[in-house]
Every structure is written in C-alpha cells, then in structure tokens.
Design a protein around this ligand. Structure first.
Ligand SMILES: [Zn+2]
Ligand SMILES: [Zn+2]
Length: 316
C-alpha cells in the first residue's frame, strides 16, 4: 500500500488475470472511509485487502462508501460484499441496465451472447471454454443489491474529498473517472500505462464502443488532469500523451482490419488474424469482442458492410 497524497492510498490487490493486480484507492477522511473499486471475490484478494485495511487500523465494515469506475469483475467483484457490510455503492447510471445486470441476472444476456459469438464464427470448442471460465467468474462476483446511480458531471463529497464524476464510456459503457479539484484523477481502466484497455462489443453493450472510447480520450485531454492514478500499473504522468498513443494504436488496428478485408470475412477469422498465437478461451473472447468493436466502428463510418449468417464483413 502506498500513500499517494494525504488521505489517499493505493492498494494493489492480486487478481487471477494476466494483469496480475488491480489498484484500489482508499480515501480516508476525518469522518469517513471510502474505497474506489473493490477487486474480485477471491480468497487472495480478500486477504490482501484485509491486511491493507488493518495497516490503517480499519476493517471491512469501516468502508462506508464504494465508488466503482465500471462493472468489470476485477473492479466490481466485491462491491456487494462491502454493501452487505454497510457501505453505499455508487455506479454510473449507464451500467445499471447493462454491465450490472450482466452480473446480477446471468440468464438475461446469455442467449444473446452465445448467438453473437456463434454467428460471428466462433467455434463451439472455444465457446465451451468461455462458458467454463465465465461460470468461475460468476462465483467470484458479488453484485450490489442497491447501487446508487452516478451521473456525468456530478460532484461527490466523500471521505473529505470533492470528486467530479466524468463519464468516459468505451472500455465499459458506464465507465467513469473521478477528478479531484487538485487536478489528480482516479482513472479506472481509461488510461493504462503498459497496455491498451480492451474495447469490446458485447451482447449487452452500446452499439459503437470504439467511437465512445475515442470521444472519452478527447474528454480526458479537455479535462487535462495532471496525473491519473490508474486501475492497473503505475500512475499515468502525461495523460494527454498517453491518450494520443492509444488513439494511434486504434487507428493502426483499424487500418490493419481494412487491409485484411480483401474479401469478406467473419469477425472470428479476423480476430485470429489480428491476434495470432495461442490464447486462452478468455483471451480469445476479448480478442473477438475487440475485433467486433473495430468492425462496427468502420461500419458506422460507412467503410464496411455486414451480412448474413455467419456474419460476414466486407468493404463497402
Ligand atoms: Zn475494465
Ligand atoms: Zn481492470
């Protein structure tokens, strides 16, 4: 655990994913303790979080507010656990009918998800692997019962801090960042130091996540935080430059996709070409959704058409 500023602590917590840890942020005011993001409900995560709280003389039930940057399991997983201990849980309103429901009501999007993968050309063997991994994830995610909706532009007074909520969709529909008056920002997965955050189109997401994300990058440049304390890895010290790099990365990927479309192809085949190598079913799932997000972006631009079953994309 690191004290970044008076009353602001970074707590890295282990997660069973390639990124290895998620950064939670603890806000400690005179009257209240709040947590930004919650990690996944594994024994290792709970243990390391419990130890970090104990270092400050705190226990789980001292956390009175949980602010979620988005609904992904490594950020949202233990939010229901904290709610049961008495915390109020905040989540952007756009997540409530999408990402939050995805966890709360497993059946709701299941059929639509399967259809999206199958029609996109994904082989059944991969889909089975995905189903297995998802079942495991569901066991580790504890949705809150009564999340309080956050709105873009709203100011939260929490644990002695004044934080402005900035809606930054793309990586997740209801992704938000929390901007402090002093110019630092808690950035969730919007800007990460070493990797490009996954931008995926899923059965429950808005129709053009990549466009959302590119707009969100512009928004960050406008807001111009001095430093972004991110959901994974270290702080982003030059957010504007990182936003520019990420934009360039997506532009290169869009060009690569167009070049691959000499003839019509399925999203699955394109995802294999864009992300070659031996990936786990979970990684294949992200690669597929990321490919689909880029295809849909190009289609909305009028550069591609989409047809039939299986789904085929072609140059317009
Ligand atoms: Zn995420
Ligand atoms: Zn994350």
């Amino acid at each position: 655990m690191t004290e970044l500023l008076p009353g602001l602590y970074q707590i890295p917590v282990p997660i069973p994913y390639p990124l290895k840890t998620v950064n939670l942020y603890l806000l400690k005011g005179k009257e209240e303790v709040a947590l930004v993001d919650t990690a996944l409900g594994t024994r290792a995560a709970r243990g390391s979080l419990e130890l970090a709280l104990a270092e400050l003389g705190l226990c789980f039930s001292d956390v009175k507010a949980v602010l979620l940057t988005h609904h992904h399991p490594d950020h949202y997983g233990l939010s229901g656990f904290f709610e049961a201990q008495g915390a109020r849980v905040y989540l952007h309103e756009e997540e409530l009918l999408r990402g939050h429901l995805f966890w709360k009501d497993r059946e709701r999007f299941r059929e639509r998800s399967l259809r999206l993968f199958l029609e996109g050309g994904m082989p059944l063997s991969v889909l089975e692997g995905i189903e297995e991994e998802m079942a495991k994830t569901y066991e580790r995610v504890h949705p809150p019962q009564n999340p309080i909706p956050l709105q873009d532009g709203q100011t939260l007074e929490v644990a002695g801090f004044r934080l402005r909520v900035v809606w930054t969709p793309g990586h997740a529909d209801g992704h938000v960042v929390f901007l402090a008056e002093e110019g630092w920002m808690l950035g969730g997965d919007l800007l990460l130091e070493r990797v490009s955050p996954n931008i995926g189109l899923w059965a429950y997401t808005r129709e053009n996540p990549l466009e959302d994300f590119l707009r969100s990058l512009d928004k960050v440049a406008e807001v111009a935080p001095q430093v972004v304390f991110a959901g994974h890895f270290g702080p982003v010290r030059d957010p504007k430059a990182r936003a520019k790099e990420l934009r360039a990365h997506h532009e290169a990927r869009l060009s690569a996709l167009l070049a691959l479309l000499e003839e019509p192809k399925t999203p699955w085949d394109l995802s294999l070409a864009l992300f070659p190598g031996d990936l786990t079913p979970a990684q294949r799932r992200f690669a597929f959704a990321e490919t689909l997000a880029h295809l849909e972006y190009l289609r909305h631009q009028g550069l591609l058409t989409r047809q039939g079953q299986p789904l085929l994309y072609a140059r317009a």
